[in-house]
Design a protein around this ligand. Structure first.
Ligand SMILES: NC(=O)c1ccc[n+]([C@@H]2O[C@H](COP(=O)([O-])OP(=O)(O)OC[C@H]3O[C@@H](n4cnc5c(N)ncnc54)[C@H](OP(=O)(O)O)[C@@H]3O)[C@@H](O)[C@H]2O)c1
Length: 349
């Protein structure tokens, strides 16, 4: 399979390159960058030195006949400018930006501040969470990968939201994310002296991923689900931890939760359930998924407050972006879902 990456000089593009270089069924056809055209990719992604002699090319949207698949890893507002033309070539596409994630075009005005240029294409995209939309992804030409915090929260919440066990109008997601979530473009907020060691609440309300989480969980239940998301920047480079506070509408035992989660994720190779009884690693922790495509999920019942706490941890560049994108590509080509994605996390890191 010949695969190209548009926007390969960024953090997500670099992670796609890292995965695809080791993928048994993929051959890198091209990697684009406006700034680094003609430069070896390993100069920008030094972890890839000795593994590839590929050079960046300028962005292209006329795809050669020998390319089977394209990942688009551009900022939102840019993908939408090139994907309509790309899609017409018939090539299969996974877009990593937010441009095709939302079903309701009005949501782009409200949450992203722009009027969608191609609302006609929105119904053609499948939301790229294989744990929820495996069969649709398999039969689709176009997939929109979810936001990193959105997918991490959705995976923790989906089984309980579907079960009717909690109040679906009253869910609080507290998300903590590392600095690579902001991309490679430096700003004062990502400057080392400002960012190192922080636990900075940067979006206590109104984060854009709220609408994705509500969209997907509402689709799952057929009823409106309301999410209160608060996002914090923390002093990690990679990783997300979502602590989801939900409120029980009926009693439940821990064993029932185990059964529910095991059943819901029985065919999901990248979901690990973590609720250990001893040691220090009892619950999900982003430190133990870094570099892997796993999303670790745990739970605890707080009988005092009739609260069910759900915890999920992912690597924002893997399950939160490039890992999920390659998982979707595998499914779209009828390959084993885990192809190229079997490496465990690094420990200690
Ligand atoms: N970082 C994450 O954790 C994460 C997780 C999930 C989804 N995403 C989404 O994935 C996409 C890529 O994220 P990233 O973190 O890799 O961003 P990034 O590090 O900032 O990289 C952006 C890429 O897009 C290109 N680019 C930037 N501005 C452009 C423009 N105006 N026109 C065309 N190309 C442009 C850059 O290439 P040149 O400037 O070299 O041409 C670069 O290759 C974004 O939509 C982001 O929201 C990111």
């Amino acid at each position: 399979m010949k695969v190209g990456i548009i926007g390969a000089s960024g953090y997500v593009g670099g992670e796609l390159l890292r995965i695809l270089i080791g993928h048994p069924n993929a051959q890198l056809s091209f990697a684009t960058s406006r700034r680094y055209a003609g430069e070896y990719v390993y100069r920008i992604h030094p972890n890839l030195r000795g593994l590839t002699t590929l050079q960046f090319e300028d962005h292209k949207i006329s795809i050669q006949e020998d390319c089977d698949f394209v990942f688009v890893a551009l900022p939102h507002g840019e993908s939408v400018k090139i994907i309509p033309q790309l899609a017409q070539t018939g090539v299969k596409i996974v877009d990593l930006s937010a441009d095709f994630r939302l079903k309701n075009p009005e949501d782009y005005n409200r949450w992203y501040g722009y009027t969608h240029l191609h609302p006609d294409l929105l119904p053609k995209f499948v939301y790229g969470v294989p744990e929820l939309h495996h069969d649709q992804i398999k039969n689709s030409q176009l997939v929109a990968c979810p936001g990193c915090m959105a997918v991490t929260a959705i995976l923790a919440l989906a089984p309980v939201v579907q079960s009717g066990l909690i109040e679906n109008a009253h869910i609080v997601v507290d998300a903590k994310i590392g600095s690579s979530g902001a991309g490679e473009k430096p700003t004062i907020a990502t400057h080392h002296a400002e960012r190192a060691g922080v636990v900075r609440p940067y979006k206590p309300a109104g984060h854009r991923h709220t609408v994705e989480i509500e969209q997907e969980l509402s689709l799952l239940t057929g009823n409106s689900v309301r999410i209160s998301l608060s996002a914090h920047a923390v002093g990690m480079v990679r990783g997300i931890l979502c602590t989801c506070h939900t409120f029980l509408s009926k009693g439940i035992e821990i064993q029932d939760l185990w059964k529910m989660f095991r059943k819901f994720y029985s065919s999901s190779p990248f979901i690990r359930l973590i609720r250990d009884v001893k040691g220090i690693h009892k619950f999900p922790d982003p430190k133990f998924v870094i570099g892997s495509n796993f999303c670790d999920i745990g739970f605890e019942i707080d009988n005092h407050a009739e609260r069910l706490v759900l915890l999920s941890a992912s690597d924002n560049l893997m399950k939160g972006a490039a890992g999920s994108a390659v998982q979707c590509m595998n499914i779209m080509f009828g390959l084993d879902e885990t192809s190229g994605l079997r490496s465990p996390a690094i420990h200690p890191v």
